[in-house]
Design a protein around this ligand. Structure first.
Ligand code: ADP
Ligand code: ZN
Length: 214
């Protein structure tokens, strides 16, 4: 199984991917997670990417494409993969076409998680994440019992720098300008399938599963 989760920030791509990768034993390839890991470790990629990320801008295509090329070669991707946050531009999508054909495999589907802007802003501005295990909380919809520590592992809970409201608005603008053209790109390849992502995450999961396991 090889597919892409497409959609605006806050559509729930990361939340769904975390469940799906375990259930189907496929690799979860999140360019955002790989970048944040590099920032945390202070690698040269991380240093280059940080200012783009903090302002909600896209990291340059060449950096991202090289990163994904390496990641798809990893052993765990052989059984299948779920791309989350990539591709985000038409050039990235074209590069992905090449990477995939070089690997001798095919994409099964591109799932568009469709959600209105006001829902995105509400979800992201309240989002909090455990620094240690990555569990995602929400200050209103899914708070941790303690508020500042993770229910699962006791780690510290934090807010991503780019989850502040002014940055969220910029990320949305970037999505509409640079990423939404991919909807048409994949429609033309007859790969696009749309899901209403303003539903509960359980409902969204069921809809995704019915689309990919057909
Ligand atoms: P979101 O919650 O906005 O989907 P991600 O965790 O996927 O966020 O990405 C966070 C930031 O990392 C983006 O705002 C962008 O700066 C950078 N980034 C992640 N993936 C890509 C990509 N495919 N192309 C360019 N920049 C990316
Ligand atoms: Zn935790």
């Amino acid at each position: 199984m090889r597919f892409i989760l497409l959609g605006p920030p806050g559509a729930g791509k990361g939340t769904q991917a975390a469940v799906i990768k375990d259930k189907y034993s496929i690799a979860h390839v999140s360019t955002g997670d790989i970048l944040r890991e590099n920032v945390k470790k202070g690698t040269s990629l991380g240093q280059e990417a940080k200012s783009f990320m903090d302002s909600g801008k896209l990291v340059p295509d060449q950096l991202i494409i090289a990163m994904v090329r390496d990641r798809l070669k990893d052993m765990d991707c052989a059984k299948g993969f779920l791309l989350d946050g990539f591709p985000r531009t038409v050039s990235q999508a074209e590069a992905l076409d090449h990477l995939i054909s070089n690997l001798g495999v095919n994409l099964d589907a591109v799932i568009l998680l469709d959600v209105p802007d006001d829902v995105v802003i509400e979800r992201l501005s309240g989002r909090r994440i455990c620094r240690r295990c990555g569990t995602i909380f929400h200050v209103n919809f899914n708070p941790s019992a303690d508020g500042s520590l993770c229910d699962r592992c006791g780690g510290e809970i934090y807010q991503r720098d780019d989850d502040r409201e002014e940055v969220i608005r910029n990320r949305l603008k970037v999505y509409y300008e640079q990423t939404s053209p991919l909807i048409e790109y994949y429609e033309k390849k007859s790969l696009l399938k749309k899901v209403d992502a303003s539903e509960s995450s359980d409902t969204v999961l069921t809809m995704i599963e019915s689309l990919v396991s057909r």
